[in-house]
Design a protein around this ligand. Structure first.
Ligand code: ADP
Length: 491
């Protein structure tokens, strides 16, 4: 069988550019797809962050014209590779991408994100044509790539090059929709007939995420539970109607993780290696973590609770604040690594100043420290309001760092509650988004921790769980084929 040719567009990809979990996924899933025989090519913008990484980049195309409204803008295309020779194309246009951040400053989104990502989407198609890479399937991620399915929908009618390219669109987070002014239609060269409630209109604006949903043959999200949740008013952010309508085309595939990067047995960033048969290394990591956060070595006798996160409303820090008094009456320490919204910077700074003996805080983005927290903590807290998949709880499992999570989205799909009787399970879960429910789960975790044998069993259960990409990548290939079948049937 001919390999499936896949054009995979993402606005962030590890190791080139990252703000969150999407980058981890876009950096590892395509490699797993390649192992299954797909010919995958990645495309992303050439941000300043990419340049600063000093990756070897080769110029592939010069002065490629991309039409934006009445203007033809020229872009250069650079090429690098991922893993074992997987091609990665970068769209260079410095006025748009040579900036300090990917999408906006801490004060808000860049005002011209509509132009930036229209250019990116159109350049992705233009470079494919120019390189004679005629994909069987386009695979888009989130709003930044949402225009591509719409462009393909209208291109297929008049351009034989694109007539056979089906589209799969993955929603990594429905709350970020890419809402822009309707004049993006002429800018992108899309007809006004697309500007309807059954097209990409969203209450007088254009939703780029909706564009991806409406014009793709198949849609998926990054866990089964989240694929159900987003069909409800509580989680759908206004798109529950269209998603319920597309129910037969909507799937959930939990993300895999890259165990070459996240594995305590081989992780070069942690103080000592360990595995389920040799757990002593974790104690060295715990001591190292306490030192990193200037916490007393005596705290090693008590549980260390870790948090690594974007500091955003989604992540449930109001619940963490609400249980803090009860939590700090216990003998334990809390280490927090994160950046994001100002109000959470303030919240955690005040808490850390008030309880310096128990709370360690780093308001930064720091990959090495993230690994040290995974390795050195006993528990990992994710009380999220919603969580499409979540990666940190999956990394935590591998590091024997027991997740305490709210049962939402991927957190619910990936964590099995620990049962003291059967000794089965991998973590602690609560359901209602309330401080009392969170506190019940935390109390249970702290109680089990006091029983050293039981805790070791729980750690080993967690460390045995396998979320490597292979299974999920197979499910993606099935969706690729399904999308192509739907297109062949004219849908
Ligand atoms: P989201 O994509 O919503 O941010 P995920 O749990 O899916 O959440 O992925 C978060 C990823 O970003 C993980 O790889 C995590 O380690 C990383 N991360 C988040 N915040 C930081 C930080 N401050 N420093 C280092 N890594 C971080």
């Amino acid at each position: 069988m001919e390999p499936l040719q896949v054009l995979f567009a993402s606005s962030e990809v590890v190791p080139f550019a990252k703000t969150g979990g999407l980058a981890d996924v876009a950096g590892s899933m395509p490699q797993a797809l390649k192992k299954l025989g797909c010919d995958v090519r990645l495309v992303l913008p050439l941000y300043r962050m990419v340049r600063q990484g000093n990756f070897p980049l080769q110029k592939r195309l010069e002065g490629l014209p991309v039409h934006l409204g009445g203007r033809a803008l020229e872009v250069d295309i650079y090429e690098s590779e991922l893993g074992d020779g997987l091609p990665v194309y970068f769209v260079e246009r410095d006025e748009f991408f040579d900036r300090s951040y990917l999408y906006g400053t801490p004060r808000g989104d860049y005002f011209d994100n509509d132009q930036r990502f229209t250019l990116f989407c159109k350049a992705a198609l233009a470079l494919s044509e120019q390189l004679s890479f005629q994909p069987d399937l386009f695979h888009g991620q989130d709003w930044q790539t949402g225009l591509i399915p719409a462009l393909l929908h209208f291109l297929r009618r008049r351009d034989p090059f694109w007539a056979g390219t089906a589209s799969l669109f993955t929603i990594h987070n429905i709350a970020y929709q890419g809402l822009v002014e309707p004049d993006i239609l002429p800018l992108a060269g899309l007809p006004w007939e697309a500007y309807t409630p059954s097209g990409l209109e969203y209450y007088g604006a254009v939703s780029l995420l909706k564009s991806g949903i409406v014009y793709s043959q198949i849609i998926n999200t990054v866990s089964r539970k989240y694929s159900q949740e987003i069909q409800t008013e509580e989680y759908g952010y206004g798109l529950e109607g269209i998603l319920t309508y597309r129910q037969a085309d909507l799937f959930g595939i939990v993300n895999g993780v890259d165990y070459e990067t996240w594995n305590p047995k081989t992780d070069p960033l942690i103080a000592a290696s360990y595995d389920p048969d040799q757990l002593q290394g974790k104690e060295t990591c715990k001591a190292d973590l306490l030192r990193e956060f200037n916490l007393s070595p005596e705290q090693a006798a008590h549980p260390v609770l870790g948090v690594i996160s974007r500091l955003a409303d989604q992540k449930g820090f109001d619940l963490l604040a609400a249980v803090m008094d009860r939590l700090l009456q216990q003998e334990l320490s809390l280490v927090v690594l994160g950046t994001g919204e100002e109000k959470y910077h303030q919240l955690f700074s005040e808490l850390a100043a008030k309880h310096p003996r128990k709370i360690g805080l780093r308001l930064a983005y720091d990959n090495t420290l993230a690994h040290k927290i995974e390795a050195g903590s006993d528990m990992f807290l994710m009380p999220s309001r919603y969580e499409p998949c979540g990666l940190n709880q999956i990394y935590s499992l591998k590091y024997g760092t027991i997740p305490v999570v709210r049962a939402t989205g991927g957190l619910d799909d990936t964590i099995v509650p620990f049962d003291r009787e059967t000794k089965k399970g991998t973590g602690f879960k609560f359901h209602e988004y309330t401080a009392d429910d969170f506190w019940l789960a935390l109390s249970e975790a702290l109680a089990v921790y006091r029983n050293a044998d039981l805790w070791k069993t729980l750690m080993r259960n967690a460390m045995a769980v396998d979320y490597s990409w292979e299974n999920s990548a197979r499910e993606y290939v099935n969706l690729y084929r399904l999308a192509r079948e739907r297109l062949a049937k004219g849908r």
